[in-house]
Design a protein around this ligand. Structure first.
Ligand SMILES: [Fe+2]
Length: 240
């Protein structure tokens, strides 16, 4: 299995706080039969330069070289005007692909500038944004129109495994899945206590509640993304 959203790298952000914790997370991934993870530590363009982030990330990845897990350099890039000061964003994308995990502002309302920035990523930088944990943004909750706009623009959409497993969140996630809004499930794991890796449990739930075909499609999507391939079913059901 492939997990496209993890904070396994030590001392990068609010994820693993030490090498020991990161190694324990790696062991958990392996026990869960997750063999490939994207290292999507937070990148805030207003706080640190891209060069500094990439060098810090390389150091952190080196510390986990022997953990018997395929680690792919990546980022969870916060969508901010300063991001566009960089002429090239390829180092932020999932290793050797055009896919970029993008975090949106957690505000109650989104301005059209959000859409404009995503458009620039796609048409100027030739990046395919994967919107991180769509279910967590109040603005997306308030107006589903945003999700449709993201899909029509060509973005992929990710949901966290924890939200799939949360009974309060599940009805909404189920609706999203059935409408074809969601392309990727990932753990967004930060540690082993409060935000642990639990991707297989989420796939199991989707398989039980919606059928194996749904969960298999999502697993295949994650594999396609990590290989830099186009998804077999790129757009959601609403667009068909
Ligand atoms: Fe995250």
């Amino acid at each position: 299995m492939v997990d496209l959203h993890t904070h396994i790298l030590p001392d990068m952000d609010d994820g693993a706080g030490s090498i020991e914790e990161a190694i324990q997370m790696a062991e958990t991934f392996r026990e869960q039969l997750v063999n490939t993870v994207a290292c999507t530590s937070h990148y805030y363009p207003s706080k640190i330069s891209l060069e500094e982030y990439v060098s810090k990330r390389s150091e952190a990845m080196k510390k986990l070289e022997h953990c018997n897990l395929a680690l792919k350099s990546a980022s969870e890039t916060y969508l901010h005007e300063y991001l566009f000061h960089n002429p090239d964003l390829s180092q932020l994308c999932i290793f050797q692909t055009d896919y970029l995990l993008v975090e949106l502002p957690c505000t109650v309302r989104w301005e059209n500038s959000i859409y404009d920035m995503l458009e620039r990523l796609i048409y100027y930088y030739h990046v395919i944004p994967i919107i991180a944990h769509i279910e967590r943004y109040p603005a997306a909750k308030k107006s589903k129109g945003w999700i449709r706009r993201f899909l029509l623009l060509g973005c992929l959409i990710q949901v966290n495994a924890a939200s799939v497993l949360d009974w309060k969140e599940w009805p909404r996630i189920k609706r999203y899945l059935k409408r074809g809004y969601i392309h990727v499930i990932a753990s967004d794991s930060h540690n082993l206590s409060t935000r642990p890796p639990q991707l297989p449990q989420a796939y199991d739930k989707i398989s039980k509640k919606l059928g194996e075909q749904y969960s298999n499609q999502l697993k295949m999507n994650a594999q396609a993304v990590i290989r830099g391939e186009a998804l077999q079913k790129k757009t959601g059901a609403i667009l068909e």
